[in-house]
Design a protein around this ligand. Structure first.
Ligand SMILES: Nc1nc2c(c(=O)[nH]1)N[C@H]1C(S)=C(S)[C@@H](COP(=O)(O)O)O[C@H]1N2
Ligand SMILES: [Mo]
Length: 428
């Protein structure tokens, strides 16, 4: 009978669905087989099972050296810069988050096998699985991560007229991170008297390790497993990473597997030598980790082109390791006059903050700059002020010679030319 058919079909469908639930993995595996033999289904799975951006969107990460590929011959340090000029809003899409791996390719870690050990000067050493951590109350926060080498003038590509915002500021990114407060794990283990530092260690081949003051660890550090609504990317430390909001990138240990509570910094090569700033006056800044107030105009910025005189929103990003961004000023006349830009919500502490400033361009050549102030009243320095803070001799930064300065947060200048092209003009 005709009427019987739909019911029978539904019965078959429902029992197939139930069988799918009961058989679990087996059922999915046989489904994959049929997708392979059915090109239409294979296409759906390949393209839509995990979404891809429009084929018209071409923005990509580029090599740390400012080229569209990593530097050849540096197999132990893989760096990729984030395309700041293309990012919309305050979150960096995870596939475009900048990346610094001192150990080249990220390890491919099975989260079921991964463990995080808390030990050292604690009453109760603990070993956590990723699932153990997910049983705890999660916290979600928006924070930037920034390499201390971001923007340093010693990198040649950074001072060239054709540098884009990706080349000048692309060793930083901002994500929404989800995990648990490190303080919760440390408290549960019980801190012993005299504990004053932690040493965090990653599960990469080189066991990237970093000493961090216990005060910071107990303040706002997180052990995170989530990034922008999904699991951390392998490049960002899957399945677990330490997040040290506002501190130099190197502290944010990826593939985190161990936190040892200790009573002194361990002075690893990277923190006592490579990452410590030996200034021209011979002085050193060990563990001076907090990133300063920073900002960059991303539209219009280096490599972009304005079609002609008229209205433009000058927009960009501001951030500070000191807390939330309270104010951003913009100058469209090379620094003669500064005006407040509009700060866009949401504003998070130690996170990218978007700003914009409506402007009528007359068509004349001019210099554009932005300057941020954070909640502690810290103001982003000019290049000259930055040189003063770090006690650098005149012309030191401009020369491109000498050692790394690090934490370079000086005001960025873009030159807008009469033909509408935009150039990097850091030292103007
Ligand atoms: N395990 C491990 N953690 C690491 C690194 C590393 O090489 N290995 N690089 C550090 C440095 S120098 C920076 S700047 C940040 C970069 O974070 P990202 O790659 O997620 O952008 O990770 C830090 N954490
Ligand atoms: Mo870094």
């Amino acid at each position: 009978m005709e009427r019987g058919k739909p019911d029978r079909r539904r019965f078959l469908r429902d029992s197939a669905a139930l069988a799918g639930v009961a058989l679990g993995a087996t059922r999915i595996a046989s489904g994959q087989e049929s997708a392979d033999s059915d090109p239409g289904l294979a296409h759906l799975k390949a393209v839509h099972a995990y979404g891809q951006r429009s084929s018209f969107e071409k923005s990509i990460r580029i090599g740390n050296n400012g080229l569209d590929r990593p530097a050849p011959g540096v197999p132990r340090d893989l760096g990729m810069r984030s395309p700041l000029q293309d990012v919309v809003g305050i979150l960096t899409p995870a596939p475009l988050h900048y990346m610094i791996n001192h150990n080249y390719e990220p390890p491919n870690i099975d989260p079921q096998k991964h463990r995080l050990m808390i030990h050292g000067m604690v009453d109760r050493p603990m070993i956590y699985t990723v699932e153990d951590l997910k049983r705890l109350n999660p916290v979600t926060r928006v924070h930037f991560v920034e390499c201390r080498a971001n923007s340093v003038p010693q990198r040649k590509a950074r001072t060239m007229p054709d540098a884009t915002a990706q080349v000048t500021h692309g060793l930083s990114s901002c994500s929404m991170w989800t995990g648990v407060p490190l303080s919760l794990l440390l408290q549960s283990s019980g801190l012993k008297k005299g504990a004053s530092w932690i040493v965090a260690e990653g599960a990469d081949e080189l066991l990237h390790s970093k000493s961090i003051p216990l005060e910071k660890a107990m303040d706002d550090c997180l052990v995170v497993y989530g990034q922008n609504g999904e699991a951390l990317r392998p490049e960002q430390g899957y399945p677990l990473r330490l997040l040290t909001p506002g501190y130099q990138g190197i502290n944010n240990v990826k593939w985190l597997r161990r936190v040892k509570v200790v009573d002194k910094p361990y002075m690893f090569k990277m923190e006592s030598d490579d990452y410590a700033e030996i200034r021209p006056d011979g002085k050193n800044r060990w563990f001076d980790s907090q990133m300063g107030p920073n900002s960059v105009i991303t539209r219009p910025s280096g490599g972009q082109h304005l079609p002609g005189p008229g209205f433009y929103a000058i927009s960009g990003l501001a951030w500070s390791g000191g807390g939330s961004v309270r104010r951003v000023e913009v100058t469209t006349d090379g620094g003669t006059t500064w005006k407040d830009a509009e700060i866009q919500q949401p504003v998070h502490r130690k996170a990218y903050t978007a700003f914009s400033f409506g402007w009528d361009w007359t068509g004349e050549e001019t210099l554009l700059k932005s300057r941020s102030t954070d909640e502690t009243g810290d103001v982003q320095p000019s290049v000259a002020e930055y040189a003063k803070i770090w006690n650098l001799p005149a012309g030191y930064l401009e020369s491109g010679q000498g050692g790394f300065t690090g934490n370079f947060c000086a005001i960025q200048t873009w030159r807008l030319k009469r033909d509408g092209s935009v150039e990097n003009a850091l030292f103007s």
